[in-house]
Design a protein around this ligand. Structure first.
Ligand SMILES: O=C(O)CCC(=O)C(=O)O
Ligand SMILES: [Fe+2]
Length: 332
């Protein structure tokens, strides 16, 4: 399967019609969640065919859709913070993301991230410059499985480029072929703990809402007692991957899985590919087949900085309902 598809003029027109019809009726993200699901089956046939292969074959780690026009002046300045106001209008770019997400599964959000916004902004924040957060910048964001700590981590994450003037790369890595089958077996051992990153855990500390307190208690439990997990899972021939070296604890240092794990981390470090998400580029990442990160860059904080939008997709929304905290059905 090819990893890159560029929208034709007729694809772009059909998509624009779908977006505009959603935009006229979506007053809230709850509306967007529903209306995007109605629109997804109407995406142009070539895109639905590509997505069918992606889902059925289940071996493609990432896929790029390019050719979506974004007007640099119409989107306005890059926000200075990931915080959103409840009154923010839903934008054309957010509808595009939500429709594509709905064609691949069910889009959803964590209540512990950006207040449960369905579509999130990835923008550099001064306060997070040197952090391992999406809002970081001057320090490279170490590659990771998205939300590796969570059994509710996304099956896909989708990133859409709003602007990327310095062409700061996202990075992509996969399970290297140099990890031999007998070494893979060792990585199926539950000798690792994934700690929630501070994006999920700390900012809810002083929350007063019931939803926030429940979410915080759950996160604290995961921080204090992270379950024992494996790096690989699924089939031994084409295993799925779960990795987040910046937030991983090793249970038994002497276990033979550890040297293989260390080599795997080093090899992904060395082989990760740079991938510049430019304006209008969409990158669909299979969160069980690819890890992703971001190179360091120096923001200007003048409204012209790098700006991506992101959405999470699950293929097992029913299971997630057990974790639902919120009256808005897409928030767990
Ligand atoms: O900024 C990027 O390219 C990736 C950001 C990221 O990995 C994240 O927000 O989880
Ligand atoms: Fe990420």
């Amino acid at each position: 399967m090819k990893n890159i598809y560029t929208l034709t003029c007729s694809d772009a027109e059909e998509i624009e019609d779908l977006i505009q019809s959603v935009l006229t009726s979506a007053q809230s993200e709850a509306d967007l969640h529903k209306l995007a699901a109605y629109s997804a089956p109407k995406l142009p046939l070539p895109i639905r065919e590509i997505f069918t292969s992606l889902l059925r074959e289940d071996i493609t780690p990432w896929l790029q859709l390019s050719g979506f026009a974004i007007s640099d002046s119409a989107i306005g300045p890059t926000p200075s913070t990931t915080k959103r106001n409840p009154g923010d209008q839903i934008t054309r770019e957010e509808v595009y993301l939500a429709i594509v997400a709905s064609a691949l599964g069910v889009p959803y959000a964590f209540s512990t991230q950006q207040s449960g916004r369905l579509v999130q902004n990835i923008v550099p924040m001064k306060s997070a410059e040197f952090s391992q957060l999406g809002a970081g910048s001057r320090e490279a964001l170490v590659w990771h499985t998205e939300d590796a700590f969570s059994s509710n981590r996304p099956d896909y994450i989708i990133l859409l480029g709003m602007r990327n003037p310095q062409k700061t790369p996202t990075t992509l890595g996969e399970l290297p072929g140099t990890i031999l089958p007998e070494e893979r077996e060792l990585l199926f051992r539950k000798n690792f703990q994934f700690i929630p990153d501070p994006d999920h855990a700390e900012h809810l500390k002083n929350t007063t809402t019931k939803v926030g307190q429940t979410a915080y208690a759950r996160m604290k439990e995961l921080v204090n007692n992270p379950p024992f997990e494996s790096i690989l899972f699924g089939s031994i021939e084409t295993p799925y991957l779960r990795l987040d070296p910046a937030f991983t604890k090793i249970v038994a240092e002497t276990d033979p899985s550890v040297p293989v794990y260390n080599r795997l981390v080093k090899e992904i470090d060395d082989t990760q590919k740079d991938f510049v998400i430019g304006s209008g580029d969409m990158l669909i990442i299979d969160n069980h087949r690819a890890v992703h990160g971001r190179r360091a860059f120096t923001p200007n904080y003048d409204g012209s900085d790098r700006w991506l939008k992101k959405i999470n997709v699950t293929q097992n929304f029913k299971k997630m309902r057990e974790s639902a905290l919120h009256e808005q059905s897409f928030i767990i």
